[in-house]
Design a protein around this ligand. Structure first.
Ligand SMILES: [Zn+2]
Ligand SMILES: [Zn+2]
Length: 187
């Protein structure tokens, strides 16, 4: 069975080199749907609490929220950094608090201090699905990701990779010692 969680991400991007309106900088509210598969955890009668899927995903993906997402070869990138630098906000600002841990994968690098994500490929909805799967595949047993952004939408299914030990009382994943990090239950 699957548990399904949804989260919103507001971001700015553009398709550098694309011959259409999207080559200009613009913004979206993207809606990400994550489907996590496992057996039903009989203690709580669910696969996984959806708010915990959201929390796990948001901890990393909040780096995309209120962020600028640019491809690594986009000339806007050095231009924006120059302005942020001159303004003194390139390395952070007291009001920039919604930061996740910086990440670096083959597909994307997050710079939380200046709310910037640099991508290897254009951040289309398809591109975002690849990035998200790569960031979350070891944390959640994701079997399907859907991402919509304006009129664009894409979906991809992935092979189920593992079953997780979950707490029979609160449903969340047990840590490597078989202990629930939330309530202390021990397997
Ligand atoms: Zn767009
Ligand atoms: Zn627990």
């Amino acid at each position: 069975m699957r548990s399904i969680a949804t989260l919103d991400l507001q971001y700015a991007h553009r398709f550098y080199g694309f011959k259409g309106e999207a080559q200009y900088l613009h913004g979206h509210t993207g809606v990400l749907t994550l489907e996590v598969e496992d057996t039903i955890n009989e203690g709580v009668n669910m696969v996984f609490p959806c708010n915990e899927i959201q929390k796990t995903a948001w901890n990393i993906l909040k780096n995309f929220d209120h962020a600028l997402v640019l491809r690594e070869d986009d000339p806007l990138l050095p231009a924006v950094l120059r302005v942020y630098e001159a303004q003194g906000i390139k390395d952070g600002a007291p009001t920039n608090q919604m930061k996740g841990p910086a990440f670096h994968t083959a597909l994307a690098t997050a710079y939380p201090e200046c709310r910037l994500v640099v991508t290897k490929e254009t951040m289309t909805v398809e591109g975002m699905i690849k990035i998200v799967y790569d960031l979350l595949k070891d944390k959640l047993n994701i079997v399907k990701i859907t991402f919509t952004s304006g009129v664009n939408a894409a979906t991809e299914e992935f092979e189920s990779r593992k079953s997780m030990d979950r707490c029979p009382w609160c449903g969340i994943a047990l840590n490597e010692n078989g202990v629930c990090p939330k309530c202390g239950y021990k397997k």
